[in-house]
Design a protein around this ligand. Structure first.
Ligand code: SF4
Ligand code: SF4
Length: 166
């Protein structure tokens, strides 16, 4: 379908760290039948400028090391040419980009005509994105209290996301 991104070479998919919530990971895993470790990675925070409430801490070396849950990026593992291979169930951050959850736009990478169209037309932020993000932040907080090790983190996030009363 034609839209603002038709005028671009998927610059955001090539150049950003694609930060996700554990709910995105579960959806993608279910639809693609891939295990999370095949497409997600924990990137060190020093590489990324991001929302503090989604920062995961590990205590492998006795002091906190900070990471962010992301798709394997640069380019995104799901990018094929200019196309997203998981378009129908892409992470909420992708479906919302370049709009941020606070309603502001990050148009740095968008070519001029696309940026203009986004300003005029807006984006299609998934209706459950803010709710999932809030819940993910609660799970992140819970993990950080545990002072756990990196190898246990993704399993913990997934088990909490699958727990309906978490
Ligand atoms: S999941 Fe799709 S839309 Fe999101 S960064 Fe990857 S290729 Fe781009
Ligand atoms: S959001 Fe902007 S940078 Fe990303 S593909 Fe669309 S036009 Fe390009």
């Amino acid at each position: 379908m034609l839209g603002p991104c038709s005028l671009c070479s998927a610059e955001c998919c090539r150049n950003h760290y694609i930060s996700v919530t554990v709910f995105d990971v579960l959806r993608i895993s279910e639809k693609t039948k891939k295990k999370p470790e095949e497409f997600v990675i924990l990137y060190p925070l020093r590489l990324i400028n991001f929302d503090n409430d989604t920062v995961l801490e590990f205590h492998d070396n006795g002091f906190p090391e900070e990471h962010i849950l992301c798709l394997k990026s640069h380019p995104c593992i799901f990018l094929e040419g200019k196309k997203c291979r998981i378009h129908e169930f892409a992470p909420s951050v992708c479906r919302t980009y370049p709009e941020k959850t606070d309603g502001k736009f990050n148009l740095e990478l968008c070519p001029f005509p696309s940026a203009f169209l986004f300003r005029v037309l807006g984006t299609n932020m998934p209706s459950n994105y803010k709710k999932e993000l809030r819940r993910y932040k609660t799970i992140v907080k819970e993990w950080n209290k545990k002072k756990g090790k990196k190898r246990d983190c993704i399993d913990f996030l997934i088990s909490r996301a699958r727990d309906p009363i978490a």
